[in-house]
Design a protein around this ligand. Sequence first.
Ligand code: 13P
Length: 266
Amino acid sequence: MRTPIIAGNWKLNKTISEAVTLTTALKALIADDTDVGVIVAPPFTALSAVSDAIAGSNIHLAAQDVYWEDSGAFTGEISAPMLKDAGCDYVIIGHSERRQYFGETNDSVNQKVKAALAYNLKPIICVGEQLEEREVGQTEAVIESHITGGVAGLSAADLSSCVIAYEPVWAIGTGKTATPAQAQEVHNFIRGLLTKAYSAEVASQICIQYGGSVKPENAAELMAQPDVDGALVGGASLEAESFAKIVLSFNHQLDSVINVKARVDG
Ligand code: 13P
């Protein structure tokens, strides 16, 4: 069974002290929830302080981007060994906002994924179509190019360290969530692509998160879909209570799945 992973992408929000306050509050709220993976992704400036704040807890740290060179004359960039040094276990790569505003391409995503893996950072590779692409029936073609471009050249072992996040661009920050059925359809398509490129066994182990206006009110029904293995949360991750409620709803869902399974088996 895949362990769901709920990640909070804080984007361009939170000073260092605000980040520590949020982390401390979150830690208290989800201290006992160890059945799901929990990740927070603060801005670069707060990584080190949040790393100290999560010490000894079940929360993991992610960065929001990485550059593929280790060091050198690349003003403004941050490398994988630097993120590792700051306490990161994960790094978000290819978020649609980076594709839209900062020229991220499938090739740069692929280089970043490889650089992250070389330093034991687990990439959270983001894929997703824009509204116009969905409306003209290009969703699958776009997702296929993001997936095949992003994981090009990765071995099965490399892929098993990756998380995929499906974030339809039209659902990000708009309050317009994909329906559970729309999310399931694309998640299943992604798992099919990975089955073709690797194997059914490898594909069945990959965590595929959904992102785009995930809230406490809709998290459980998304999680109930067989191929939705967690969430990448933006706005609702900026407050401890709403993010904790999302984590808890995944956890409870998991409890009831386990209970049902125990009843069926027993
Ligand atoms: P929202 O949850 O604010 O829609 O953002 C989703 C997202 O982009 C997470 O990476």
